[in-house]
Design a protein. Structure first.
Length: 753
């Protein structure tokens, strides 16, 4: 389990530390919650009282507000206003150290405020944001409703801005980050107004967080610099330090680690001017993450120890639990498994006491991985399964998928190959679920944009049609009044009708081309240009119901792809995907179907040229690259061709390194393949079952060292339930002779990632 980062449990693409195989990818996905609690809690505090400015109208961005003195517009006055300001700033600066305690304080503050006052608006916004981050959706929705119902007046547009932010927080809570990013698209309208600078800072901070999670790292860095400019203008050291620290993380997400370290050091220097334990905790946690990413493990451990010290000073069980869990992750990466287990076990009861499921999951992952590394496999597996269950309960599909992947890696190193294969299989299913959800959202957005465009064109056509009808009526009147000119009018009307018809026909053709372009776009992977799952599924549906496919199905997964992203950056990872796609395509016929199946997975469908013929069963010892053993063996031109093609694919992918900029990246892949129908009984499985079969074979290849291809020659199954049962226990079925496999070895290379 890796160190938690700034943001929520479903965040980002940064996968630090994968090169060590310690599960450090969770560094970005398993966030440093309190840093965001601090930044986004600030987002809920819509205007600090040293910068609040009332609006002259309710129209957002329509008219700039005239800036009055900082405390004018508040219903409180004198010492009450100062006390109110101090209490809100204390909550803002201290972060969300105690959910229940802060909610109690905010309720008490709300009782002291007048309806429709700026103080009431601030408290509602703060309560809504805090409730969403505390997984109290009911309270967050209640605050959202009150903000949306804000009456017209001097604070109405600020209330709507606050409502947008709280709605974004609720969408993040539900895992709907794409929708949350949409709510923030309207926020830049305030940049041209005299809205308080601290409000704009928090908007940019939230936008930075959302863009980073969406993989738009350049956009995240841009938003961070906008926030930093405003923080500089405000002249508050603690606010500038916080923004610098968040910007450091944005650079770390973009794998620009030198800049990340530079901004972290600037944040430390700025925080020293106005320090407090919560702020120092966050910055040192960020420093530990960046140092770990740079491979400076001992310095990272020292920074993590300081993080623990500051967490203890805050008195927050929640912060201390997370700090200890992060420290345990660093110990895991260093190989200090016993000490990592001890530290993680200290973090777990603190997380349970603080009712913080994210810190609880981090601690359980680290306990489990430490135990597995100490050969206590069953105990460790139970802890990891409990952590995955927590992720599932929170709706963190990405974290659950990553948890299965890390479990597979640890089990593989511990020698539990069947367990590793099962974990890898679960990882793929969860990863597919996340991918399908994202793909569906993207398709719905594309369709919505297209529908809007289509409606606009239809409205234009309708307008032209109405114009045509009006012209016809005028022509009829002319016929009645000007009999002498009837012939000319008829000719003119015909010309007009012909022109209008031509325009309508051209427009219809354009709409048809747009439909075809949308269909093509929806069935192609934009990065590699290959077909995507949508195309594959449509192609399968077009097959005759009584038709039996005869051919070979391949599933290919790039080995250690996350490691490539970690070491070289996501742009390099994209280059690898594009080049591998080209190499696969070059090894195949034009008629063969190549599909980008998942993140780093490709599916190939090759139609057969000749039906298989059975031969006598044989047994052979398990061994080299072309050995087959176990079960009744069948050979065919198709089987031989499949084996040759699998070897060619292994060689094609790994024979030459991939060049990205100045980097040279060695790449290998693991392949599972099967000839259909499945011998010896000629079983024709459903496509879902066939893909499951080659998927299991592929993960078996990974579990046995990667850079291999495992092919299904025969399965002693007469129906799908029997096939499913044998597939679920493929390795034991292989050894018992119920499944016959052939194994191929890829080129032997010196690993560089």
């Amino acid at each position: 389990m890796s160190m938690a980062c700034w943001f929520t449990a479903e965040s980002g693409r940064l996968d630090p530390g994968r090169a060590s195989g310690s599960g450090a990818a969770r560094m970005a996905r398993r966030p440093l919650i309190q840093a965001l609690n601090r930044a986004l809690l600030s987002l809920g505090l819509l205007c600090s009282l040293t910068a609040c400015q009332p609006e002259p109208s309710a129209a957002v961005g329509a008219k700039a507000a005239a800036p009055p003195p900082s405390l004018q517009g508040l219903r409180l006055s004198g010492e009450e206003a100062q006390s109110f300001a101090r209490e809100l700033e204390a909550i803002e600066r201290g972060g969300l150290l105690s959910n229940d305690e802060n909610e109690r304080k905010l309720r008490e503050l709300q009782l002291r405020t007048a309806p429709s006052s700026l103080e009431r608006l601030q408290v509602l916004a703060l309560r809504g944001a805090a409730a969403a981050r505390s997984h109290d959706e009911s309270l967050a929705q209640q605050m959202l409703v009150e903000l949306q119902a804000w009456p017209e007046g001097p604070w109405s547009s600020l209330a709507q801005l606050a409502a947008d932010v709280v709605r974004g927080e609720i969408l993040v809570l539900k895992g709907q980050r794409r929708e949350a990013l949409k709510t923030l698209q309207a926020l830049p309208a305030f940049s041209g107004s005299n809205a308080p600078k601290d409000l704009l800072i928090r908007c940019y901070q939230f936008q930075m967080h959302m863009r980073g999670d969406a993989g738009d790292f350049d956009g995240a860095v841009e938003a961070g610099h906008e926030a930093l400019k405003l923080a500089d203008q405000m002249g508050q050291s603690w606010r500038r330090a916080l923004t610098l620290s968040m910007l450091s993380y944005a650079y770390a997400q973009a794998q620009q680690l030198d800049q990340a370290l530079q901004f972290t050091e600037q944040a430390l220097a700025e925080a020293a001017k106005d320090p407090d334990p919560a702020l120092m905790y966050q910055i040192h946690n960020s420093l530990a993450i960046v140092l770990s990413e740079r491979g400076q493990m001992e310095l990272a451990l020292k920074a993590s120890q300081k993080t623990q010290a500051y967490a203890r000073q805050t008195g927050s069980d929640k912060l201390l639990a997370l700090a200890l869990a992060n420290y345990a992750d660093l110990l895991l990466k260093r190989g200090s498994y016993s000490q990592a287990q001890q530290v993680a076990e200290e973090a777990l009861p603190l997380a349970l006491k603080a009712k913080d499921p994210t810190s609880e999951a981090v601690a359980r992952y680290n306990i489990g991985f430490a135990k597995i590394s100490q050969k206590r496999v069953d105990e460790g597996r139970r802890e990891v399964m409990a952590a995955i269950a927590t992720d599932e309960r929170l709706g963190s599909v990405g974290d659950a998928a990553l948890g299965w992947l890390e479990l597979g890696e640890y089990l593989e190193r511990a020698g539990d190959l069947p367990g590793a294969v099962k974990a890898y299989h679960q990882h793929r299913r969860w990863d597919d679920q996340a991918l399908r959800a994202e793909t569906r959202k993207a398709m719905l957005e594309t369709q919505a944009r297209y529908d809007d465009d289509k409606r606009a064109k239809e409205i234009d056509l309708l307008g032209r049609d109405n114009s045509l009808k009006a012209e016809q009526l005028r022509s009829r009147d002319l016929q009645i009044k000007l009999w002498a000119a009837m012939g000319g009018c008829v000719v003119l009307s015909s010309i007009l009708l012909g022109l209008a018809y031509q325009r309508i026909r051209k427009t219809n053709h354009a709409l048809a081309r747009s439909n075809e372009a949308l269909k093509h776009q929806s069935e192609r992977d934009p990065l590699t240009g290959l077909a995507n799952r949508r195309y594959f599924q449509a192609a399968i549906k077009r097959q005759p119901e009584d038709g039996e496919f005869s051919g070979t199905l391949f599933l290919i997964d790039i080995d250690h792809f996350k490691r490539i992203n970690d070491n070289y950056g996501h742009a390099a990872g994209d280059s690898v995907l594009v080049e591998v796609a080209k190499r696969l395509r070059s090894a195949l016929r034009e008629v063969d179907l190549v599909v980008r199946w998942g993140g780093e997975e490709f599916l190939i469908l090759v139609a057969a040229t000749e039906a298989p013929r059975p031969v006598a069963a044989r047994q052979a010892p398990r061994g080299g690259g072309e050995t087959t053993w176990g079960g009744p063996a069948f050979v065919s031109h198709e089987s031989a061709d499949a084996k040759a093609l699998a070897q060619r694919l292994l060689d094609q992918i790994a024979s030459q390194p991939i060049v990205h900029g100045r980097e040279t990246i060695r790449v290998t892949a693991s392949i599972g393949f099967a000839c259909l129908p499945i011998m010896p009984h000629g079983l024709v499985p459903s496509w879902e079952r066939a893909i499951d079969l080659v998927d299991t074979a592929m993960y078996l290849a990974k579990a046995h060292g990667r850079n291999k291809a495992y092919g299904i020659e025969s399965v002693d199954a007469k129906d799908e339930p029997q096939l499913q049962q044998l597939t679920a226990q493929m390795e034991s079925s292989w050894r018992e002779g119920q499944i016959s496999l052939q194994t191929l070895q890829g080129p032997v290379l010196e690993p560089t990632v």
